[in-house]
Design a binder for this molecule. Structure first.
Ligand SMILES: NC(=O)c1ccc[n+]([C@@H]2O[C@H](COP(=O)([O-])OP(=O)(O)OC[C@H]3O[C@@H](n4cnc5c(N)ncnc54)[C@H](OP(=O)(O)O)[C@@H]3O)[C@@H](O)[C@H]2O)c1
Length: 300
């Protein structure tokens, strides 16, 4: 089968489409015939070697974490899913014709495989961080970096939980943020003042999604560093704020998002699809850092 791999760490050009043996579902796993794979920032960070010290990889390594389509192999000990079921989930080496998933949920009717493939990492991250700061109905939260994959998920899940949401984005993504039920504002110089004009008093929780170097400003807006959580700025603890903890219940998170999809209250738009042999363009675009929703790799 065809799979996108890299044999050395480096820029997007190190990605290539290789002919490889098909993977098989192990204990507690399923295999899918991939229709679509989500392009996450972690994909290009791993490929670039940013995590090579903490997580040394056997090279060549298959890229991609998220994917969707139909189960074609069910591993030992797996219940509740059969060959032929449409699923979305996370695993490894998902930019490929077949991929093994370790977590998944059934795909609701009406959700395209392309959109579904963009859910797992953004949704799992969003639910985990909303839970970590225990966002409650009636609270006002700020999402710094509301337009990308994780930001789009955080905004909609918080709105669904009854929070009032302010989201920062570039000029071109103001309508995207507004369409999700949040109040948008532009990031950059003066954004603290712009947020203060939208809401008087302190923000109940602020999420740094883009890692844009704004932890002190988010603390100013909440009045309390313990109400600021980052997923991308590892300097946050120097200011008394936290970096999100790993873990969380990925299946519960996907169940929440797919239920909201069926109620018409959740979408992660597909900004653009790329073919398997355009994976380097897809990861290059993701590293550009301005996607609205998700870039998706499609496999025919
Ligand atoms: N720690 C974890 O568990 C975890 C999990 C998932 C992701 N992450 C990390 O979190 C980050 C975001 O992930 P993602 O998947 O949402 O990325 P993404 O889909 O690539 O989106 C990035 C977004 O950042 C926005 N942005 C760029 N510059 C900004 C700025 N100065 N202020 C505010 N927003 C800005 C862009 O919106 P505009 O186009 O409007 O500029 C873009 O939509 C990545 O670094 C990723 O590696 C961490």
């Amino acid at each position: 089968m065809r799979a996108v791999r890299f044999a050395e760490y480096g820029g997007p050009q190190v990605l290539r489409v290789d002919e490889v043996d098909e993977p098989h579902a192990g204990v507690g796993e399923v295999r899918i015939a991939v229709r679509a794979a989500g392009v996450n920032a972690v994909d290009w960070k791993i490929r670039a070697g940013y995590m090579s010290e903490q997580m040394p990889l056997p090279l060549p390594f298959g890229t991609g974490v998220d994917a969707a389509r139909v189960v074609d192999e069910v591993g030992e000990g797996v219940a509740g899913v059969r060959v032929g079921d449409a699923v979305l989930g996370s695993g490894s080496a998902t930019y490929a014709e077949h991929a093994v998933l370790t977590t998944w949920v059934l795909k609701p009717e009406g959700l395209s495989f392309e959109e579904a493939a963009g859910y797992p990492v953004p949704v799992g991250t969003a639910v985990r961080i909303l839970n970590q700061l225990a966002v409650q109905p009636g609270q006002t939260i700020l999402v710094s970096g509301a337009a990308g994959g994780v930001g789009t998920a955080v905004v909609q899940l918080a709105v669904a939980r009854g929070a009032t949401v302010i989201g920062t984005a570039s000029e071109r993504n103001q309508d995207h943020v507004r369409s999700m039920g949040a109040t948008p504002t532009i990031y950059g110089d003066g954004f603290v003042g712009r947020v203060r004009e939208i809401v008087a008093g302190n923000i109940d929780a602020a999420f740094d999604i883009a890692g844009a170097g704004v932890i002190p400003e988010l603390i100013e807006l909440t009045g309390d560093p313990s109400r600021v959580l980052s997923i991308a700025d590892y300097s946050a603890p120097e200011h008394g704020a936290a970096v999100a903890s790993p873990g969380g219940d990925a299946v519960a998170a996907l169940t929440e998002a797919t239920r909201l999809f069926t109620e018409g209250r959740f979408h992660i738009p597909v900004e653009r699809t790329f073919a398997l042999d355009e994976a380097s363009d897809a990861q290059g675009a993701s590293a550009g850092g301005h996607v609205a929703g998700r870039y998706i790799i499609t496999v025919s």
